[in-house]
Design a protein around this ligand. Structure first.
Ligand SMILES: [Zn+2]
Ligand SMILES: [Zn+2]
Length: 133
């Protein structure tokens, strides 16, 4: 396989690239399958057609999902994933309109939908990276 950071070939048993020192599988500049450079943001390698896996988020699917279920109506899971604006909207709707009962209920349902998407892997963090398991 090839280093995704510098494009040099690395041995299958090595954990780090001997050329640049980056951990195997880290980086998003080169295809790990053929070593060709990759257009930023491309989903597949234009040279060999192999899928380019985006680096995983540091954020955990479990933590984000549990936060969405337990304190989702306060937008905590949104803050956790880096969606500050969305978190503030959820928090403000819940608190400012708590007397309406409808708003907190709506945000609660919104949070449950978020939780389902998080657990199904359909929700990414604010950088667009898939959440880790
Ligand atoms: Zn390298
Ligand atoms: Zn390739």
């Amino acid at each position: 396989m090839f280093c995704k950071n510098c494009g040099k070939e690395i041995s299958d048993v090595a954990d780090f690239c001997t050329a640049c020192g980056v951990a195997k599988g880290k980086g998003e500049n080169f295809c790990s399958n053929c070593g060709a450079s990759i257009t930023p943001g491309a989903a597949v390698c234009l040279n060999c057609g192999c899928a380019v896996s985006k680096p995983e988020s540091e954020k955990s699917k479990i933590i984000a999902g549990v936060l969405a279920i337990l304190v989702g109506s306060l937008g905590i899971h949104s803050f956790y994933l880096g969606y500050t604006k969305k978190g503030i909207i959820q928090l403000v709707l819940s608190l400012a309109l708590s007397w309406t009962f409808v708003a907190p209920l709506g945000v609660g349902i919104w949070a449950i939908v978020d939780a389902v998407n998080i657990f199904m892997g359909k929700m990414f963090d604010a950088d667009g990276k898939p959440l880790k398991d």
